[in-house]
Design a protein around this ligand. Structure first.
Ligand SMILES: Cc1cc2nc3c(=O)[nH]c(=O)nc-3n(C[C@H](O)[C@H](O)[C@H](O)COP(=O)(O)O)c2cc1C
Length: 188
C-alpha cells in the first residue's frame, strides 16, 4: 500500500495567530515518520460562509470553491486538526470549512491538537462530536497546549509531556489510516 497522506489542518486564520507555530511544531515532529504530512492552511483556502444550495452530505456540490476544497480534502487519508479554542468552541472558520464537504472527511482517522489559555479541551470535545457526525474516526489521545505555559517565545516548547502526547496522536492516526483506507476501498 502507498504511504498515507495525512493533512495537518490549521483551524485559525487570525492575523498574528499562534496556530502557525503550533502547526509548525506538528510538522517538525513528523519529519522522520513514514507517512506523508502536508499543511492544510485555511488561510490558503478562503471560502464564503456556507452557501451551497444542497446539504453537503448529498455530495452534489455547486460552487467552484466547494469543488476545489472537496478535491483537496479527497486526497488525504487522515487528518491532524490543529485548533485554538474561541469562546469554548472551535473557530467559525474551521467549522465552516468542515461543514462545506462531507464524504471527503468520512471514514478517515482524525487526531486533535488543541491550544488555548487552558489547553483548548472544551473546543476539542465539541470537535469530537462534529467529526463523528462527519463520519470521521477520532483517535483517543489528544494534545492540549496552554498559550500561557507551553510556548517559548513564539514557538511551542520542544520537549515535555506534550511531545509525548503528540507522538501518541500521530501513532494512532498513522496506525488507523491504512485500515480506514482498506475499509473505504471495500465500500467502493
Ligand atoms: C475570539 C477569541 C476567543 C477566545 N476564547 C478563548 C476561550 O474560550 N478559551 C481559551 O482558553 N482561550 C480563548 N481565547 C484565547 C486563545 O486561545 C488564544 O488567543 C490563542 O492564541 C488563539 O489562537 P490563534 O492565535 O491561533 O488565533 C480566545 C481568543 C479569541 C481570539
Amino acid at each position: 500500500m502507498d504511504s498515507m497522506n495525512i493533512g495537518v489542518l490549521l483551524g485559525s486564520t487570525r492575523e498574528g495567530r499562534k496556530g502557525a507555530a503550533v502547526a509548525e511544531w506538528v510538522l517538525e515532529a513528523v519529519a522522520e515518520r513514514p507517512a506523508r504530512y502536508a499543511l492544510i492552511d485555511l488561510a490558503d483556502h478562503p471560502m464564503p460562509h456556507l452557501n451551497e444550495p444542497i446539504p453537503p452530505a448529498a455530495g452534489r456540490y455547486t460552487h467552484d470553491h466547494t469543488k476545489a476544497w472537496a478535491s483537496h480534502i479527497h486526497g488525504f487519508d487522515a487528518f491532524v486538526i490543529v485548533t485554538p479554542e474561541y469562546n469554548h468552541q472551535i473557530p467559525a472558520v474551521l467549522k465552516n470549512a468542515l461543514d462545506h464537504v462531507f464524504a471527503e472527511w468520512a471514514h478517515k482517522p482524525v487526531g486533535f491538537v488543541g491550544y488555548g489559555v487552558v489547553g483548548g479541551a472544551r473546543a476539542l470535545d465539541q470537535l469530537r462530536v462534529l467529526s463523528g457526525v462527519l463520519g470521521m474516526l477520532d483517535v483517543q489521545p489528544q494534545v492540549e497546549l496552554s498559550v500561557l505555559t507551553d510556548f517559548e517565545g513564539a514557538t511551542v516548547a520542544r520537549e515535555g509531556r506534550h511531545v509525548t502526547a503528540l507522538a501518541k496522536v500521530l501513532d494512532a492516526v498513522e496506525g488507523w489510516a491504512p485500515l480506514a483506507r482498506t475499509y473505504r476501498e471495500s465500500r467502493g
